[in-house]
Design a binder for this molecule. Sequence first.
Ligand SMILES: Cc1cc2nc3c(=O)[nH]c(=O)nc-3n(C[C@H](O)[C@H](O)[C@H](O)COP(=O)(O)OP(=O)(O)OC[C@H]3O[C@@H](n4cnc5c(N)ncnc54)[C@H](O)[C@@H]3O)c2cc1C
Length: 366
Amino acid sequence: MVTSTQTDILIIGGGLSGLALAYKLHKSSRSFHLVEARNRLGGRVHAHLFKDKHKETYYDLGPAWFWPGQLRIDNLIDELRLEKFNQYSTGALSYEDNTGYVQRGKGISSMEGSYRLKGSLNALINALAANIPREKISLGLRARKICKDDVIASHLIHRTGQTTKINSNKVVLALPPRIAADSIDFKPKLSLSHLKAMNDIPTWMAGHAKVMAIYEHAFWRDQGLSGDAISRRGPMVEIHDASPPSGGPYALFGFIGVPANHRKGHETALLDAAKAQLIRVFGNAANTPLDLILQDWALEDETATALDHEGLSHHPNYGRPSILKNLWDSRLILGSTETAPTFGGYLEGALEAAECVFDELMSDEK
Ligand SMILES: Cc1cc2nc3c(=O)[nH]c(=O)nc-3n(C[C@H](O)[C@H](O)[C@H](O)COP(=O)(O)OP(=O)(O)OC[C@H]3O[C@@H](n4cnc5c(N)ncnc54)[C@H](O)[C@@H]3O)c2cc1C
């Protein structure tokens, strides 16, 4: 069965950029609808919920930090009455060489001065969503085909297999350009140069995987360690304290250094190796995590394409290239963090992209 609805602006993607744009459009009483392929909002912002008898605590499995000078996220957090706190960085850094030998006190905590969000970055997603009417957001709805005519008809498939058509004047692609090029059928077809330009924009951190280890006690802090570690042995190349601002359960997380193509199908072995590494670096107390989670972003079709499985050696120069401006007479607009001119790739970039798209939509009305 095909159901059909109408809106002025269709936002495809319910990550931070799509939600921030929806929040702005709602505040200025514009007609819009947001669709999200996953069964949850947030996109790359995602946290693990750990529940015990006493409380529920969230641990960031995607982004964790933002930084001084990122004013959009700072202001939005204030506006939504959320609370930031400083990354825990008291104590010595640990360094593991390629033989597994561990030295202490080498260097400084690399993330000292970074901010985290109380309640995890999910709190930001939830607060934005709470300020947007529920009926303007559809979950589990994946854009498959977008056809341009007098109105733009977007064909979406629900998880249940049902097809929905949404007619709109404009469509904002608030998803990584590579995902749009890879998974959406555009009619008329986008030219090969357009598709190449979209595929040439790497999705920030899409090839990465994180392990989160949750513990009852912060035993590393008791030993005078910050929880920061650098390893030449792995599988985690960089480890940090990921605990809530006060009280437990406490946590350590690490970025996996094994390339994406070698991780698939080896999830259990990776978790075992990560635990063994935590024991080498922080001692036997690391042997009994309350929970141990692997989040592999490279395996998620809504975030990564095969092109993202190659790791990036540097932070790309992001921003919307001129060939990707004015698509379909400016009615098809790219708007994920990768299109932000200054903070592209970051959470701040997702907000910057939303701001740029909002300004573009408003200036077209004049
Ligand atoms: C492991 C990791 C660590 C990171 N660390 C940091 C950090 O510490 N600080 C920082 O600033 N940034 C960090 N980032 C980057 C940060 O997560 C991104 O900048 C930000 O979340 C991007 O938001 P976005 O809305 O632009 O894109 P996304 O979050 O990718 O949102 C796109 C949305 O579109 C949806 N979608 C995809 N295809 C379709 C479709 N066909 N139809 C409908 N919906 C679709 C997706 O499900 C997703 O919800 C990290 C990212 C990762 C993965």
